[in-house]
Design a protein around this ligand. Structure first.
Ligand code: SAM
Ligand code: SF4
Length: 339
């Protein structure tokens, strides 16, 4: 479906649970969340019906997220059903990786083709600090299990946090030379209650380019790269890079994978946004930083279709300019929205 501003909406992020086995300081409060009764969470059947309806409206790519999707007891069944829905061409998952050792093979067998794993530091103590409870070794076990399971793509997501991991940009990016993975740096977003971090913690993705002068942009698709070569780029490091979704892509010399920059704060990618989000309680969010939501819990297929159409029509042209004084209007923390 095409929205009011001519954008084709073909990507749905489905948060299957608000719960998590970690408490990352920028995402969730330390005390966790108030557990909603099962009656207020979409059932598996409702999730399948909603995604089938969305596929009928043009959704082709589905990302399963959370909270932590791998603590959902029926996660394999959800993935299997999603990958069988006509029109859904790709099912991917975003996870903190701690349960991947156990789940990677079964997820691949259930039709999941791509996995994103969150990893903000390579230091065990810092990992325990930022997640308030996690063990770093478990994430590496998960990464290795994901690589062995044969997914078509494995990506590592790092939220850049000033004073916490800005001294680890190089070693984190170097993982692309050790493993066939992409490493993506994401700017920290000031969410509703992402408490511990203020303006001083924000660092722009440009810091990655400063720290790694040898990073080279991945080539643009042909016609654009030819025009860019004519005048816009310097011979040292061309300015333009290929994009994949919201990420600008670069590569270290000799690396298997790419380095992606997701400038959630300093760069505006709303004009190319193809996404819509469905959260575990059944609310559709047309835009990550927008408080308007459309509830589908308890509706039949026709009712759900109507709400998806309304939500896509309500997708704003862009969200308000985010800053630490002007926090997200999402009205929810990221564990509920799913990133
Ligand atoms: N639990 C899974 C995980 O951590 O990958 C999936 C859900 S998590 C909400 C999805 C992504 O959102 C993670 O990569 C996480 O780092 C990111 N995220 C959470 N809060 C954020 C914030 N305030 N700013 C930027 N990214 C954030
Ligand atoms: Fe849990 Fe993911 Fe949020 Fe961390 S970022 S608290 S792992 S949902």
């Amino acid at each position: 479906m095409v929205d009011t501003f001519g954008r084709e909406i073909n990507y749905l992020r489905l948060s299957v649970t608000e719960r998590c086995n970690l408490r990352c300081r920028y995402c969730m409060p330390e005390c966790g969340i108030e557990k909603k009764p099962h009656s207020e969470i979409l059932t598996e059947e409702e999730m399948v019906m909603a995604v089938s309806v969305a596929a009928g409206l043009g959704i082709k790519k589905l990302r399963i997220t959370g909270g932590e999707p791998l603590i959902k007891p029926n996660i394999l069944s959800i993935c299997r059903h999603m990958s069988e829905i006509g029109g859904i061409e790709e099912v991917s998952i975003t996870t903190n990786g701690l349960r991947l050792k156990e789940y990677a093979k079964d997820l691949a067998a259930a039709g999941v083709s791509r996995v994103n794993i969150s990893l903000d530091t390579l230091d065990k103590e810092k990992y325990a600090y930022i997640t308030r409870r996690g063990e770093l070794d478990g994430v590496f076990d998960g990464i290795e299990a994901a690589l062995a399971a044969g997914f078509s793509k494995v990506k590592l997501n790092t939220v850049l946090i000033g004073g916490f991991n800005d001294d680890e940009i190089r070693p984190l990016a170097m993982l692309t030379r050790k493993y066939p993975v992409d490493v993506r740096f994401i700017e920290l977003m000031p969410m509703y209650d992402s408490g511990d971090f203020g303006a001083e913690a924000f660092i722009s993705c440009e810091k990655v380019l400063e720290e790694l002068p040898e990073l080279m942009p991945e080539p643009m698709p042909e016609p654009l790269s030819t025009s860019a070569r004519v005048g816009e780029q310097s011979p040292e490091r061309p300015l333009a890079s290929a994009k994949e979704g919201v990420a600008r892509l670069y590569r270290l010399p000799g690396a298997y994978g790419r380095v992606g920059l997701i400038s959630a704060m300093s760069c505006d990618f709303c004009a190319e946004c193809s996404r819509i989000r469905l959260m575990a309680d059944g609310a559709i969010k047309p835009c990550l930083h927008y408080d308007r939501e459309f509830m589908i819990k308890g509706l039949d297929e026709d009712g759900m279709r109507e709400k998806f159409v309304e939500a896509i029509a309500a997708k704003p042209k862009r969200h308000g300019w985010l800053s630490y004084a002007n926090r997200s209007n999402a009205g929810r923390n990221m564990n509920m929205i799913g990133g």
